[in-house]
Design a protein around this ligand. Sequence first.
Ligand SMILES: [Zn+2]
Length: 90
Amino acid sequence: MTSIDWRRIRDRDRIARQGVDSVADTGLRGSLPAPKRRPGKAALRADLAAAQAKITRTIKCDCGHEGTAIVPASKARARLRCSRCGEVTT
Ligand SMILES: [Zn+2]
C-alpha cells in the first residue's frame, strides 16, 4: 500500500515545468476591489426622510398673485406655474 499523492506530485512537476499565471491576471475575485459596504438601515431611513421632506414655498408672480405651496425637497428650486395667469415663476 502506498500513500503517495500522485496528483500533488504531478501538479508540482507541472508548475515547475510550465510556471503559473498570477490569479490577478485572470480578472477574478483576487484582483477586484473590495465590494462596497451596504449602507445601514438608519442611513437609508435618513436618506428617505430627507427625500420625502416637504418644504413650504412662497411664490410671487409678476402679475401680483402670491401663494404658498407645499412641495417636496427635490422641487425646492423648481420653477412653478402661476395658477392665475399661467406664467412660469421662480
Ligand atoms: Zn401670475
